[in-house]
Design a protein around this ligand. Structure first.
Ligand code: ADP
Ligand code: MG
Length: 175
């Protein structure tokens, strides 16, 4: 019998070595690993957070279906980060690729609190570069019982800019 399919939302981030290409490669790799893509947000460019003396970030969120457990999804995400040269010299350092699991379960209802995995992601409600792309693909979603539009209202929305790409995140050149 087939295992039950669940939804998982993954946040993509990069600010090193051609971030747009990094995000595209990661998206291709996750699909190649077997995650079934349902919907992808646009890519957004934002100023760095935490450690601010570094290049802007490119961020996006993709929603998938999968019969994998979250631990396996985390393992694959970390493997793909490593494959794209992710290093961790210090907290909030520039990165070629960051893949974070935002939400899990068909209605994003599953909570996990283990040593290596917290779902919903710990900082999900505080980061405009996560909330904006997530709201773009799921405008009615709730996180811990709170609707995303309410969460978005609390956040500072300056300095976040949508990059013009096609559905495959290929840049659309204007002029
Ligand atoms: P950050 O994403 O905060 O910049 P890292 O990518 O280095 O930092 O992740 C640090 C640790 O966060 C990982 O080793 C992982 O075990 C843990 N972690 C906890 N919850 C999650 C989650 N929902 N998604 C991804 N990693 C998580
Ligand atoms: Mg991470």
């Amino acid at each position: 019998m087939n295992k039950k399919l669940q939804r998982v939302w993954i946040a993509f981030g990069s600010n090193m070595n051609n971030p747009l290409e990094q995000l595209k490669t990661a998206r291709d790799n996750l699909r190649a690993c077997g995650l079934i893509e349902e919907k992808a947000s646009n890519i957004y460019q934002t100023a760095a957070w935490g450690y601010t003396e570094q290049p802007d970030f490119f961020n996006a969120v993709v929603r998938y279906k999968t019969d994998w457990g979250v631990e396996k999804i985390l393992e694959i995400c970390q493997l793909l980060e490593a494959k794209q040269g992710r290093e961790r010299p210090f907290k909030n350092a520039p990165r070629t690729l960051d893949l974070d699991i935002l939400l899990f379960g068909n209605n994003a209802e599953i909570s996990i609190n283990s040593a290596d995995l917290i779902i919903p992601h710990k900082y999900i409600k505080e980061r405009n570069f996560v909330i904006v792309p997530l709201m773009e693909i799921d405008p009615k979603i709730s996180i811990n019982g709170e609707e995303i539009s309410i969460i978005a209202k609390r956040l500072e929305m300056t300095g976040i800019m949508q990059i013009k790409t096609d559905n495959n995140w290929k840049k659309i050149l204007t002029e």
